[in-house]
Design a protein around this ligand. Structure first.
Ligand code: NI
Length: 412
C-alpha cells in the first residue's frame, strides 16, 4: 500500500482523517471490486450488478432507487442535516464483450464478458465514497446525488447517461455540479489527472448506402456502378477533416468497413460503408453529418445514383467546465499534494458518455492512475490483459468524497 503523507503540510485534519478512513476501507473496496470483476455484465444487462450495488447501499442505510428511467441505473441520495445544493457523483457499471486473459483468483466467471475498462473499480470507488460521506454526513451543507450508471460502453444505447439526463436525473432535484472518475493505466497509482476544457471526444457513427443499378460487368454503361460511387465517397470524405474543419480543432473521421458486390463479373445494385466521427467541440460535432450527407449525395448524383446517409448518435464530447475543474484541482491538490494532481496537456479522441451530463450541468471528469508505481507500462484499457493496482481504489474513493464535501464549502 502506498503510504499516505499524513505529515504533509497541505493536509487539513479533515483530509487526514478522510485518507486514513479510505485506507482502512481498502480491503472492502477490493472485495467489492473483485466481486463485480468476477460477474461482469454487458451494457443494458446489468441486473446482478445493479442488485449488488443496491444491496450495498441498503446495508449502509440508504434507500436506493432502482430501474431508473427503465434502465438498470441505481440512484441514491445522501442528505446532509440542512437543505442546500446538490452535487452529483457518477460511476459506470457495465463491462465489455472480451474474454479475460488474466489468470487471477477474481477472473471473470461470465465467459466472453470482462471488466476491461475498469467500471468495476469505478463502482467500488463510488461505494467507498458513499461510506466515507455517510460517516461525515454532519459536515454536508447540502446533498449528494449518487448515480450508478449502466450502459456507458454502448454509445448508441438508450439506457446510458443520455437516458438518465432525459429522465431528469440532474433536475429532480437540481444538481449544481457533477464529478466522475475513470481509471487510467498511463498514470501511476496515487496520482489523478485532468484538464479544463475538452478531455474526450464525441463518438457518432454513420452508415452510407450508395444505390446504383446492377448490370453485367462487361456493359457498365447499362447500369450505375455503386462500387465506384462508394470508392469516390470514401476518398472524398477523408478530405473533410483537412478542408472543412478548422485546423486548430481536432477531428477524426474513420471509415471502418466497406461492403459491396459478390463477384467480379457483376456490377451490384448497392454498396455500403460505415465509420465513426470524433470531435472535441459540440458545434463541430453538429456540422459533420451535414457535410457527410452533402458529400455522398453529391457524388451519387454525379453518377446518376442516390445515397442514403444514416447517423447513429453516440455521446457528446467530454468538455470539463472551467470553474468546476479549477475547483477540483484546488480540492484535490490539497488532498493528494500538487505533484500527485497531473495537469493533462492533451485530450484524447476516445469517447465517454459522461459528456452528456456535462452538456447539462457544470462538472469535471477525472482520470485516476492505476498503474503500479514500479511498472513502466500497463496493459491498456479494453485489453484482455487489463487489470489495475487496487491501491488506486483508496485514492479514487477519497477523491470523490472530498470533491463532494468541498463543493459545499466553496460557497462559504
Ligand atoms: Ni470506460
Amino acid at each position: 500500500m502506498t503510504s499516505i503523507p499524513n505529515s504533509a503540510t497541505h493536509l487539513t485534519n479533515r483530509d487526514q482523517a478522510l485518507l486514513q478512513d479510505a485506507q482502512a476501507l481498502g480491503a472492502e473496496l477490493s472485495a467489492w471490486r473483485r466481486h463485480l470483476h468476477q460477474y461482469p455484465e454487458l451494457s443494458g444487462s446489468e441486473q446482478a450488478t445493479a442488485a449488488y450495488v443496491a444491496e450495498r447501499l441498503t446495508e449502509m442505510g440508504l434507500k436506493p432507487e432502482k430501474n431508473v428511467a427503465g434502465t438498470h441505473a441505481v440512484l441514491a441520495m445522501i442528505e446532509g442535516p440542512a437543505d442546500g445544493e446538490v452535487v452529483a457523483l457518477r460511476a459506470d457499471m457495465d463491462a465489455l464483450p472480451i474474454d479475460e486473459a488474466n489468470q487471477v483468483p477474481y477472473r471473470s466467471q461470465n465467459t466472453g464478458v470482462m471488466h476491461a475498462c475498469g467500471h468495476d473499480a469505478h463502482t467500488a470507488m463510488l461505494l467507498g465514497a458513499t461510506r466515507l460521506l455517510l460517516a461525515r454526513r454532519h459536515l454536508l451543507k447540502g446533498s449528494v446525488r449518487l448515480i450508478f450508471q449502466p450502459a456507458e460502453e454502448r454509445s448508441d444505447g438508450d439506457d446510458g447517461a443520455l437516458a438518465l439526463v432525459r429522465a431528469g436525473v440532474l433536475q429532480k432535484p437540481k444538481v449544481s455540479a457533477i464529478f466522475g472518475l475513470h481509471v487510467f493505466p498511463e498514470l501511476p497509482t496515487g496520482t489523478l489527472g485532468t484538464r479544463s476544457g475538452p478531455l474526450m471526444a464525441s463518438t457518432d457513427r454513420f452508415e452510407v448506402i450508395m444505390r446504383g443499378r446492377g448490370t453485367h460487368a462487361a456493359r457498365p454503361h447499362h447500369g450505375i456502378d455503386p462500387i465506384l460511387m462508394a470508392a469516390e465517397a470514401v476518398s472524398a470524405l477523408h478530405h473533410l477533416v483537412s478542408r472543412r474543419v478548422d485546423p486548430l480543432k481536432p477531428a477524426v473521421l474513420t471509415i471502418g468497413w466497406l461492403r459491396g458486390g459478390k463477384t467480379e463479373n457483376v456490377i451490384p445494385d448497392q454498396a455500403r460503408f460505415g465509420g465513426t466521427i470524433r470531435t472535441l467541440d459540440p458545434d463541430l460535432r453538429a456540422q459533420f453529418p451535414i457535410w457527410i450527407q452533402q458529400c455522398v449525395e453529391g457524388i451519387a448524383a454525379a453518377h446518376g445514383g442516390s445515397a442514403e446517409f444514416l447517423l447513429t448518435p453516440g455521446s457528446a464530447p467530454v468538455v470539463n467546465e472551467a470553474q468546476a475543474t479549477a475547483f477540483a484541482f484546488a480540492s484535490l491538490d490539497r488532498l493528494l499534494g500538487v505533484k500527485n494532481m497531473v495537469r493533462l496537456a492533451e485530450p484524447s479522441m476516445g469517447g465517454e458518455d459522461f459528456g452528456e451530463y456535462l452538456m447539462e450541468v457544470p462538472g469535471s471528469f477525472i482520470r485516476v492512475g492505476t498503474r503500479y508505481p514500479d511498472q513502466e507500462r500497463a496493459h491498456p484499457l479494453h485489453s484482455p490483459h487489463f487489470d489495475i493496482d487496487e491501491d488506486a481504489l483508496v485514492y479514487g474513493s477519497a477523491a470523490l468524497a472530498t470533491l463532494a464535501l468541498d463543493w459545499f464549502d466553496r460557497l462559504v
